[in-house]
Design a binder for this molecule. Structure first.
Ligand SMILES: NC(=O)c1ccc[n+]([C@@H]2O[C@H](COP(=O)([O-])OP(=O)(O)OC[C@H]3O[C@@H](n4cnc5c(N)ncnc54)[C@H](OP(=O)(O)O)[C@@H]3O)[C@@H](O)[C@H]2O)c1
Length: 340
């Protein structure tokens, strides 16, 4: 196996630089594969985790150990296979997403459970594909949390808040294919892409208030702003299916209040918002989790999704890639760890 490098931090916050350093090549354990990473996205969550966000809960999961390597998504080539792995072999081109850990994908080599990887669709460039798994898996989980499927939203209106972002673009595309009539809410610059993805209606979030929209939605999803949660719940029809949000304060509750306080604040916060949800509708706080069948669904449809525009960085430029995301620059940031 070739040399291995990680881009890691030694502590949370700006005082700790992301440094590239050599490490011994990780070896797959039973049921795992090792992947030589060709491309790995830098997502908003990586930037926030770098600042310490979520560290209380992640440390309980062993996902805040230093040196900490961030990153969930990967596209690459299987370079070693652990015992008991069937279906993937050395040399296979794969892609996927790891759960939060302290050995993330911003590295030249990474190990993961074999079922967190799938054979890579060849029709989409590696850098563009690397931006999809974490977002796609989160969106499909949000749909499950809100009760969204073809049977529940076909020919019905569904609102996506944050439709111009990474999650939102995927959500609009998927909902259109489920037969929903999509209202996409976001900043003006991204609304044309929402129309191209299949939105029936777009709303510029700087020009129109959510509260002015009709209260007729079968489902709403919030990928934008926790402060808008109550307004979104008020837009649900009396016979709505449900609502899910990815911008809930779960991790922040634990950071601020510790384990017990975090559990209490989360229960109370959820109960308060659930009370605003129509009777019988679901209400979910979505968290990313790898899901082999959703990953396969992405493998099957990735070629049809409009490939996101990307800006690529070498591993030594990881700090610049994080800055790119922090500044909310257009184009998704993707590391190419093979290029040091
Ligand atoms: N819970 C989880 O496990 C999980 C997983 C993945 C992502 N997330 C979170 O989900 C959110 C969306 O992720 P993403 O990758 O899609 O982010 P993104 O690409 O940065 O998109 C953010 C979206 O929210 C909109 N927005 C930003 N600030 C807003 C505000 N104050 N009010 C209303 N809309 C606002 C943006 O609109 P414009 O830019 O067009 O103005 C854009 O549409 C992020 O906060 C991310 O951390 C959570």
């Amino acid at each position: 196996m070739s040399h291995s490098y990680i881009a890691a931090i030694d502590g949370f916050g700006d005082a700790f630089a992301l440094r590239v350093r050599p490490v011994s090549c990780p070896q797959p354990r039973q049921g795992e594969i090792a992947v030589q990473v060709e491309a790995a996205a830098v997502n908003p969550i990586d930037v926030r985790r770098r600042g310490g966000y979520g560290s209380r809960l992640f440390s309980l999961m062993g996902a805040a150990r230093m040196p900490l390597v961030l990153g969930n998504d990967f596209v690459g080539t299987v370079c070693a296979v652990g015992q008991g792995v069937t279906g993937l072999r050395e040399g296979d081109a794969v892609f996927g997403a790891k759960p939060p850990s302290s050995a993330g994908t911003h590295a030249t080599h990474v190990t993961m459970r074999a079922d967190h990887a799938r054979l890579r669709p060849s029709s989409i460039p590696a850098a563009a594909l690397a931006t999809l798994p974490y977002n796609f898996l989160t969106v499909t989980r949000a749909f499950a949390d809100a009760g969204i499927c073809r049977e529940t939203v076909n020919r019905r209106p569904v609102l996506v808040h944050g439709a111009t972002g990474g999650l939102g673009q995927i959500a609009v595309w998927l909902l259109h294919r489920l037969g929903a009539s999509v209202t996409a809410v976001g900043g003006a610059k991204g609304l044309d892409a929402c129309l191209a993805a299949g939105a029936a209606e777009v709303v510029d979030r700087h020009r129109q208030r959510l509260a002015s929209l009709p209260r007729h939605f079968a489902a709403t999803v919030n990928f934008a702003n926790w402060g808008d949660e109550a307004d979104l719940l008020h837009l649900l029809a009396p016979d709505a299916v449900g609502h899910a949000t990815t911008v809930h304060p779960l991790l922040g509750n634990f950071d601020r209040l510790g384990l017990l306080g975090g559990v209490m604040a989360t229960l109370v916060g959820k109960r308060g918002k659930r009370a605003l949800t129509p009777k019988g509708a679901r209400y979910g706080w979505t968290t990313f989790r790898p899901n082999p069948s959703a990953l396969q669904a992405l493998a099957d449809c990735a070629a049809a999704l409009a490939p996101p525009a990307v800006k690529t960085f070498t591993l030594s430029q990881t700090e610049q890639a994080y800055l790119h995301v922090m500044q909310g620059q257009p184009r998704r940031a993707v590391l190419l760890p093979g290029q040091l």
